[in-house]
Design a binder for this molecule. Structure first.
Ligand code: 8YV
Length: 312
């Protein structure tokens, strides 16, 4: 009997690797657990999770011998870790292997938004360049002030990239960190007031919900740009939309949204935003590394060895 239940829409290669390694049983989402035969359910000691939707106490109850949930992703806000801990279920994630890609995408959105590259490319493709002349001037980015909201692993990698753009770097975190000459703020509004570009790299979950509040957004001011590569939930999206529509801030670059993959249609009418489909870690190389780390965590659990990257 197979020990591993893989939940999610795995790419064929990852699915094959899960089958090869653990003879995994694959279902598309947690709602399909209930329909599985009870004997099969009792046999699962490991879940390889890439489900996206919430995985909570109700799902755990259906898998009475579950010992580990190995999440495919660094953010594990979909998993109720308190419910897992209460049942002695371990949880692992995939940190570090995706830092470069996510930080790269943050910088790419920043450049694309500030240099108005979407409109500029359309200008070339439409023939307007030859017919009508150059595009309007846009905005110098290097040498400005940038704030990092959440100086974890990804936040740091964004800051190091921004340093190469000669940016003056400020950050908010729960406590002051050992950094190069970056300026610490213990208050998110004070951070937003001090910078033009706010890079949001907070962890998701209930504790950070709407952390980038209406007040934080207002404090950014009319030159302000919000870049978010973490979770849609960490920003007060209605406040962000109001600010973008009214010109209270200058723009945004967003890879994540509340209720994704559905995106609030108000975003689609805005020209001052760059919108990406939650593709921060979505490169061939990084997704392979994430999938391998997920499998390695399950293998360690099944062999009774220390988990590689536990969060519970
Ligand atoms: C997703 C992510 O996990 O790692 C994270 O926290 O947001 C992403 O890498 C990825 O989309 C897989 O579902």
């Amino acid at each position: 009997m197979t020990s591993t239940l893989a939940i999610g829409n795995y790419k064929p290669g990852d699915r094959a690797a899960l089958s090869d390694a653990f003879d995994a049983h694959v279902i598309p989402g947690p709602d399909a657990i209930r329909a599985l035969d009870e004997t099969l359910r009792k046999g699962f000691t490991a879940v390889a999770y890439a489900g996206g939707q919430p995985f909570g106490a109700a799902e755990m109850e259906l898998l009475s011998n579950l010992g580990v949930i190995a999440n495919y992703g660094v953010g594990y806000d979909a998993i109720d870790v308190d419910a897992a801990a209460a049942r002695g279920i371990r949880v692992t994630n995939t940190p570090d292997v995706l830092n470069d890609d996510v930080a790269d995408l943050a910088i790419a959105m920043w450049l694309m938004q500030g240099r108005e590259m979407r409109a500029a490319e359309a200008h070339v493709r439409s023939g307007d360049w030859a017919a009508k002349g150059p595009v309007p001037l846009n905005r110098k980015l290097s040498g400005g002030t940038a704030g990092i909201m959440g100086l974890g692993r990804i936040g740091r990698d964004i800051a190091h990239r921004l340093a190469a753009f000669k940016m003056d770097i400020h950050y908010f975190a729960r406590s002051e960190k050992d950094t190069p000459d970056w300026t610490y703020h213990d208050d998110p509004v004070a951070l937003a007031r001090a910078v033009d570009y706010l890079f949001v790299a907070l962890v998701g979950g209930p504790e950070t919900e709407k952390f980038v509040s209406r007040d934080v957004i207002a404090a950014l001011g009319t030159n302000g740009v919000v870049i978010n590569i973490s979770r849609g939930s960490v920003i007060d999206e209605a406040a962000l939309l109001d600010a973008l529509e009214s010109g209270t801030i200058a723009g945004a670059g967003l890879d994540v949204f509340v209720g994704e993959p559905d995106v609030d249609p108000r975003f689609l009418n805005l020209q001052n935003v760059v919108l990406q489909p939650h593709q921060g870690s979505a490169t061939v190389q990084t997704r392979a590394a994430m999938a391998k780390l997920q499998r390695d965590n399950i293998a360690a659990f099944l062999k009774g060895e220390d988990l590689l990257t536990p969060v519970v």
